[in-house]
Design a protein. Structure first.
Length: 71
């Protein structure tokens, strides 16, 4: 029986697929998922700093200085 080029190619591809599927099925039993006994703790060290920058018009600044008791 003579094998054609196309037939040999299909056989090679089929053989590779068989090897890959066999390897995948061997790995399928290795995956285990378990819930932790303790709650997951996330420590975040966050430093929040806020700066407020303001500019006053000259007239408003003089008005505030003249009436400082209001503020």
């Amino acid at each position: 029986m003579k094998m054609t080029k196309t037939g040999a190619r299909r056989l090679a591809i089929g053989g590779r697929c068989l090897v890959v599927m066999t390897g995948m099925s061997a790995l399928a039993g290795c995956v285990q998922i378990e819930t932790p006994d303790k709650p997951i703790e996330i420590n975040l060290n966050i430093n929040i700093r806020q700066e407020v920058v303001y500019r006053l018009d000259g007239d408003a600044k003089r008005l505030i200085e003249q009436n400082s008791e209001i503020f």
